[in-house]
Design a binder for this molecule. Structure first.
Ligand code: NI
Length: 172
């Protein structure tokens, strides 16, 4: 296992669409291991493959946030939301690709998701609460969509400019 570098905005790879995974073999499993390690190290509760520069439909999550909760690592390959509730939920989201920035995002409170697990087994499950928010946030990454795409243009431009400036400083 090894840590991968997490891309930050405005890296163009974060805005690209991803490819379906056609088979789950050694490379994919190694990537998933690395993604978990990178996510826990950050630390964060979710990570999508484009955030480590891989344009494949793979996400990992662990929404067991409280200290007394058991770890709950979940990897999803080719995830697809097949149902959403009408009830919505607002949660203050953040993203490892936009460090130290948080904003309220409103999304469906409950969802049903279909995906392949690491053993290529087709799974369908319902999720609500934080896990539902997290799954939707991570699946958005696979479409090149970030949580700042849900906030006001003014706020989005302000945060984007800040990170453009940081990227320029880093190159200088
Ligand atoms: Ni994110």
């Amino acid at each position: 296992m090894s840590l991968r570098q997490i891309l930050l905005i405005p890296d163009k790879r974060l805005k690209q669409k991803t490819e379906m995974v056609s088979s789950i073999n050694k490379n994919e499993l190694a990537l998933i291991d690395d993604m978990f390690e990178t996510m826990y190290d950050a630390p964060g509760i979710g990570l999508a493959a484009p955030q480590v520069g891989i344009l494949s439909k793979i996400i990992v999550m662990d929404c067991a946030k409280e200290e007394d909760e058991k770890p709950d690592p979940i990897a999803m390959i080719n995830p697809e939301i097949i149902w959403t509730s009408e009830e919505m939920r607002t949660y203050e989201e953040g993203c490892l690709s936009i460090p130290d920035f948080f904003a309220d995002v409103t999304r469906p409170e409950k969802i049903k998701v279909r995906y392949l697990d690491e053993k290529s087994k087709l799974i369908e499950r319902e999720a609500d609460g934080l896990l539902a928010t997290c799954i939707q946030h991570e699946i958005d990454h696979l479409e090149g969509k970030l949580f700042i795409d849900y906030i006001s243009r003014l706020k989005r431009e302000r945060i984007t400019k800040k990170f453009q400036k940081l990227a320029r400083l880093e190159r200088a």
